[in-house]
Design a protein around this ligand. Sequence first.
Ligand SMILES: [Zn+2]
Length: 125
Amino acid sequence: MINAPNHEVSSKLKCSICRADIKNRHNVYQSSLKFGIICGLCKHRFSNEDIEMIINMFFAFGEYFGARDKSEFSIKDVILEFAVDINEGKANFHSQNVRMWHKVLTYGITPREFLEELSLYVEQD
Ligand SMILES: [Zn+2]
């Protein structure tokens, strides 16, 4: 059989950030971007500014919020990777910054959580 379009799946709305099914269409944030529809939970956990940035990021690099196991996240690894690539001239600051945020978000960590962890990490040294 040829791949028939699956109407069940294609008619479902998914959150542009975490890919959760959106059941309650009244509780949806409509981004200024064309395909930016996000669930109530993401609307709650991200600021409007962050939402635009995050949707752009996942659109450009793929994956989604929480795609990876949060318990495997290491702030030290992320910082080291970021610093090494900048030092070796592999990437400019802006693009590396975007990639770092993308990685952090795929682990299901919000910008607020990341900045908190970052300040704790800096204080330790
Ligand atoms: Zn969501």
